[in-house]
Design a protein around this ligand. Structure first.
Ligand code: SF4
Length: 414
């Protein structure tokens, strides 16, 4: 490997890390350096979240320890056979960069991943050492997200949880068939085994904290994972089922979906084009439906056509258009779970409706004040003075709700 200075390494290793979408820092516990103790805070102001041109979040110092790897996953730009420029940080370089960027208020924390160098254990040791030095030597109180390596010794993975706010292990692909084909050195059983260990350690850590205040925090922001979308033949239905199973079995805080980006010198087994970014967005919406709107995975899948979610409308509207017999929903009487099924009603609006209807029967005007899109909800609700007679039976209901796309004028004045 050629001798590179820190700036050159940063250019290579920050660029190599941009393919990982799971960088949100939500859900961790509060920690700060108020009173002059330590460095950093997980809730600081003035730290911007930045987005790369392709829409990915780059708000943290998001880097790889190295982009060298002994594995050869087809979809990965850092795979062994890839012809990219390689670089590797030392432990102290990552520690110094994090502290310096933090002090300048460039970042709110560190997101650290790595290719596998030498062995899984050796790589994991290096990642853990960076987090340990930040916490124990420099009293760093900012956010740390560590990617962990499924094959590493469970004790090392446990140490990662002691220093990091969030840990993640990427499931990579939604089906074991896809994983075998595109990442032959990885194994679904080992990945899920590591997730299971982590889940147990997180639960144990939480229990210990309940009993003893002095017990150390263990991965307070939980674990997350990421699935690549569009690199294999898996349909949205497969992805939804996999995500739901990961949430249920391993108490995942988040499953991230990352649309596959074609990489230079790509392997012939990969598609030539990336999937539409809207597909990634629809999967996030379906994820939201399962986590906050009480939809079962099978119900979300029922809104799809041949296993694929529609791209032109959101999955909740697609479900409502397909199952029109569930509507109209009486906003003055329906339970919360039915109100949540109405397209255009979010959790906040449903909360406001439930609160208001305790005092009076709601009319369409009232709903106009409580919600953002009365046009969208009107066909699916009834209230005092409003009954959508035969509206839900209309063939063209979808076109009435979905705003027409405007043709942009080529020579419009701005
Ligand atoms: S193990 Fe990770 S870094 Fe290495 S090739 Fe596979 S996905 Fe890329």
């Amino acid at each position: 490997m050629a001798q590179l200075d820190t700036r050159q390494k940063l250019a290579i290793l920050a660029d190599a890390a941009k393919y990982d979408a799971s960088c949100a820092s939500s859900g961790t516990s509060k920690r700060n350096s108020a009173g002059g103790k330590g460095v950093g805070s997980t809730e600081g102001m003035g730290i911007c979240h930045a987005y790369a041109p392709d829409g990915r979040c780059i708000s943290l110092l998001k880097i790889l320890l190295t982009n060298s790897c002994i594995f050869d996953c087809h979809y990965c730009i850092n795979r062994k056979s890839s012809n990219v420029r390689r670089a590797r940080f030392t432990v102290s370089e990552v520690v110094d960069l994090t502290l310096n960027f933090y002090r300048r208020n460039y970042i709110e924390g560190l997101f650290l991943s790595s290719g596998i160098i030498g062995s899984s254990n050796y790589t994991m040791e290096q990642l853990v050492e960076i987090a340990r030095q930040l916490r124990e030597v420099h009293d760093f109180r900012g956010y740390i997200h560590l990617k962990t390596i499924p094959d590493a010794d469970p004790e090392l993975v446990r140490l990662a949880g002691l220093h990091a706010d969030r840990v993640s292990i990427n499931v990579e692909l939604p089906t074991s068939r896809g994983l075998k084909r595109l990442a032959p050195e990885k194994d679904e059983g080992r990945i899920e085994g590591a997730m299971s260990h982590m889940n147990t350690a997180i639960i144990d850590g939480r229990d210990a904290r309940k009993k003893y205040k002095s017990a150390p925090k263990f991965a307070p922001a939980g674990q997350s994972t990421q699935m690549i979308v569009g690199a294999d033949a898996a349909k949205d239905g497969d992805i939804i089922l996999k995500a739901s199973s990961l949430y249920n079995r391993f108490s995942m805080r988040r499953v991230y979906y990352s649309a596959f980006s074609p990489i230079p010198d790509a392997s012939a087994v990969l598609p030539l084009k990336s999937p539409p970014l809207m597909r990634e967005h629809r999967l996030y919406q379906s994820d939201w439906l399962m986590r906050f709107y009480g939809f079962q995975p099978r119900e979300v899948i029922a809104a799809s056509e041949d296993g694929m979610l529609p791209l032109d409308i959101d999955p909740k509207l697609a479900w409502a258009l397909k199952f029109r017999e569930s509507f109209p929903v009486d906003v003055n009487r329906a339970p919360r779970d039915m109100l949540l099924r109405v397209p255009g009603l979010g959790t906040k609006a449903v909360g406001a409706i439930l609160k208001s209807r305790r005092y009076r029967n709601l009319r369409l005007d009232d709903l106009g004040r409580l919600t953002q899109s009365i046009r969208k909800i009107r066909p699916f609700i009834s209230c005092v003075g409003w009954q959508p007679t035969r509206l839900t039976d209309r063939e063209d209901l979808k076109s009435l709700i979905v705003p027409k796309k405007e043709q942009l004028e080529l020579f419009a004045r701005t």
